[in-house]
Design a protein around this ligand. Structure first.
Ligand code: WTA
Length: 654
């Protein structure tokens, strides 16, 4: 296939000619690394500033503060400056509900909605710096609520609407939010998810919550507590033509907290700032996906995850694009719902996950043949490495061999893409399964376990040498954890915690987590969090979690469980524990297998031998056990492995 880059030249995207002149990209990348302050100062003209910055970068490791002294408001970047221009009637959002309801929201409408919502927040006493929790389905109010917080300088903390009451309360209590915004319910595969009821259970455990603001959405009557609960529709009417002046924020003021899993039992609050984050998210979208003014952009992520924050809300709106937002499940009412949406809105940029692609692959190409996807020009992937087979299928059947696949490697913590093809700078050859080259401003390196730079084609740990504008500000309320998690493994480097390899052409291959984080359908969950939750079940004495490979989800959860003396393992109990995990954390924590064992493989010092668990969970051999770093003898590991294997076989049969 061929593509035309900005110079007007035609290039073959799949060519193996690595002498391809990538000059434009290389020059830009080199300049961004040699003179980051000069480079980012030039880029920062893309934002609307109330007051220019004094200093581009204040780097006091491990804290990088961007554009210090500058003032601006994130909501203004996304809404006001478009609504006040000739773009005001341009569609910002085509919203499609699962039931088939639709809403079309222009930039002018968005400004109106955000102003009203911001007026409501102010009326409820929300002030600059306050934390506001948001637990909403994918309805336009979710976007409006986030932007309204940004407008008044409140810090939003969006909680994915698949999380349980316990998970909500953990996040609310850590952030000390005083308000939570929810909806009566949401739709998922034709059923109503009673979100307000879940919030009621959570709020009972959250002393900081003063009010619950409820969007009337689904057709059912939730319980309403007149002392705490407020219908949004009641208070919105009073503020119909309200205008709320955007708060002029410091460039380094926090914009949001988003909780994500690490290696500890509790998720950590990743804190992002204003100017650096906004600039980085919007520039990386532009560089990677090359949108134009008439693009129709669709990111399928839920706003409850970082992909939704950066590439469904902040970046596309900051660039003044037209986005599609779809509320529901990809396979409802049938497996071609997404293709229908692409055809209906003539989507040109499509950004989704390998899990989704693999699910569609499994369902066959005939569903695609019913729809015209020829509007697509660029397609992206995120959440985990996309396996070459899925990459090729995506390229062939969805992109008609006509769209570059932008495999974006990044993290909640990085705020935006770190390694991804830069179709918006210059087209260059792609390699299925590789995220290709670093974005401008990103200086990654592969290190071995001792912190020395690894040779090409050698697997090691990816580390980032320089600060970049999208970097997290901190772990909310826990600077020690910030230092320890990201900056102590390789002093002086940001450590993302992924294995990676750089090939002889300088292309990057991201090879999965090097820590105890499991990626289920691209969603992060830590073994510690799962273990912490499952022991809350009355029958469970001790447990360990591991991942096994899954054809669609990438990884699936396996729990090894030791029961209390007065309980015996049964199929019913397995089912009950699976159900329990859904209520303890949420659907992302649903285990595929629960295996009853009498003991867990441990070292003499009491550490769980995770490699043994993983091998048994995956049904593979224990492999190269000599690389175990837990000081356990090969013989001990073999014994533990055999014992666990036998117990697992027994548990699966019974
Ligand atoms: C993994 C999602 C390979 C990686 C934006 C990272 C990927 C973690 C890719 C962050 C990719 C994400 N190729 N691996 N294109 N994208 N990952 O915070 O392990 O939910 O560390 O952010 O996802 O997950 P998070």
């Amino acid at each position: 296939m061929t593509t035309i880059d900005k110079s007007g030249e035609k290039h073959n995207l799949m060519t193996n000619d690595y002498f391809w002149p990538m000059k434009r990209y290389q020059d830009m990348h080199k300049r961004s690394i040699d003179d980051p302050e000069g480079f980012w100062a030039e880029q920062a003209g893309a934002l609307a500033w109330d007051k220019p910055w004094d200093k581009v970068l204040d780097w006091k490791p491990p804290y990088g503060r961007w554009f210090t002294g500058g003032k601006l408001n994130a909501c203004v970047q996304c809404v006001d400056r478009h609504a006040m221009s000739q773009k005001s009637s341009k569609v910002a959002i085509y919203w499609e509900g699962e039931t088939g309801d639709t809403r079309t929201i222009s930039y002018a409408d968005l400004l109106h909605d955000v102003n009203r919502f911001a007026a409501v927040l102010k009326k409820l006493g929300v002030q600059k710096g306050d934390r506001v929790a948001i637990y909403l389905p994918m309805i336009p109010e979710l976007v409006t609520a986030m932007l309204a917080c940004a407008r008044i300088g409140a810090i939003h903390c969006v909680i994915f609407s698949g999380f349980s009451a316990q998970a909500i309360s953990d996040r609310v209590n850590d952030s000390n939010a005083k308000l939570i915004i929810t909806a009566s319910g949401g739709y998922r595969r034709g059923k109503i998810l009673a979100l307000k009821g879940i919030v009621d259970d959570a709020v009972a455990m959250c002393p900081s919550i003063e009010k619950v603001l409820v969007v009337k959405y689904t057709d059912h009557e939730p319980n309403i507590n007149p002392d705490k609960d407020i219908w949004l529709s009641d208070v919105l009417n009073d503020s119909d033509n309200a205008v709320v002046a955007p708060e002029s924020m410091d460039a380094t003021d926090p914009l949001f907290i988003l909780y994500t899993s690490g290696t500890t039992g509790k998720p950590k609050g990743i804190l992002h700032g204003t100017a650096g984050y906004m600039l980085y998210a919007s520039k990386t979208l532009q560089w990677a996906f090359n949108p134009s003014d008439d693009s129709i952009y669709w990111c399928t992520a839920d706003a409850g995850w970082i992909t939704g924050h950066s590439y469904l809300v902040y970046a596309p709106l900051a660039l003044g694009l037209t986005s599609v937002i779809y509320e529901g499940a990809p396979d409802y009412p049938a497996i071609d719902r997404w293709w229908q949406i692409i055809e209906k809105y003539r989507v040109s940029i499509f950004y989704t996950s390998p899990t989704a692609i693999r699910m569609f692959m499994r369902n066959g190409e005939e569903w695609l043949a019913k729809h015209d996807l020829s509007s697509l020009q660029v397609m992206g992937s995120v959440g985990e490495a996309i396996n070459p087979e899925a990459w090729r299928w995506y390229y062939k059947y969805i992109g008609y061999e006509n769209c570059p696949i932008i495999d974006t490697w990044w993290q909640t913590e990085t705020g935006g893409f770190m390694i991804a093809p830069c179709a918006g700078i210059q087209s260059y050859p792609l390699k299925p399964g590789s995220a290709t080259l670093p974005m401008p401003g990103v200086d990654p390196v592969v290190l071995d376990a001792d912190g020395n730079e690894a040779a090409p084609n050698k697997t090691g740990f990816i580390a980032i040498r320089k600060p970049w504008p999208g970097m997290l500000l901190d772990v909310y309320g826990n600077p020690d954890l910030y230092q320890k998690t990201y900056w102590s493994r390789f002093p002086g480097y940001y450590a993302p915690g992924d294995y990676s390899m750089k090939d002889a052409d300088g292309y990057w291959w991201l090879l999965g987590r090097a820590d105890e984080v499991i990626k289920v359908s691209g969603h992060r969950i830590s073994t510690a969090e799962l273990e912490h939750a499952v022991v809350g079940h009355s029958a469970v004495a001790e447990a360990a979690a591991a991942a096994k490979p899954d054809e669609v989800k990438g990884e699936a959860i396996v729990l090894f469980v030791i029961l209390r003396n007065d309980h015996v393992g049964s199929v019913e109990l397995q089912k009950e524990i699976i159900k329990y995990m859904r209520t303890a954390i949420g659907t992302v924590a649903t285990p595929d297998d629960v295996i009853f064992v009498d003991k867990l493989p441990k070292t003499r010092s009491g550490k769980i031998m995770r490699r043994v668990l993983k091998a048994v969970a995956a049904g593979t051999s224990i492999g190269d056990i000599t690389t175990l770093d837990d000081q356990t003898s090969v013989e001990e590991v073999m014994v533990a492995y055999e014992e666990l294997k036998v117990a697992a076989a027994k548990s699966n049969n019974g």
